[in-house]
Design a protein around this ligand. Sequence first.
Ligand code: TMP
Length: 211
Amino acid sequence: MTRGRFISFEGGEGAGKSTQVQRLAARLKGGGREVVTTREPGGSPGAESIRDIVLRGEADRWSPTTETLLMYAARRDHIERVIRPALTRGAWVICDRFADSTRAYQGAAGGVDPRFITALETFILEDTRPDLTLVFDLPADVGLERAHARAGAEMRFESKGMAFHERLRDGFRAIAASEPERCALIDATGSIAEVEAAVWAAVEARLAVHG
Ligand code: TMP
């Protein structure tokens, strides 16, 4: 059986990823495919438990290095129990955040050595890597304003301050620029319909959706 396709959505706070994950899933399901939508940190029961401790509390509750390890513990469980089995049975997996969030949040914005993150990618991800990554881009202040409007308990990263979020945006843009064959930069300032069209254009152009 052919392996399914793996698409990740990435970007800073309030970029509108979750809405677009659902819209893309609906379109792909309309084509008769099995589509699994999931998210990180989380996506499996064990990883959701880790999410609860990593996203709540004071901004400095965990250091960026500890966050990296928690994210990768959650990611490994998610990969083993959800992502790999789905890809193996031929499903398309759409994940709201994946490994690039660790590179950007803990690495570019948090200061964790990129060599440490690359080593974790090698041993924890192995060959489970996205075929396509949609990097949602918008000014940090616009995203934070949107994120605060839907405030809840999981606000640790939103509360890290504007300088952190500016570094974060630069980090995501640098990832997209350094891996153009995998990544598409999506202008997330437009309307929901405009962003949906940009997402679909990238998926059609890069993955064989009509086959
Ligand atoms: P979200 O579900 O609203 O996207 O929140 C997840 C938060 O976790 C978001 O602030 C980004 C952060 N995060 C990291 O810092 N590193 C990671 O590897 C992942 C997956 C998420």
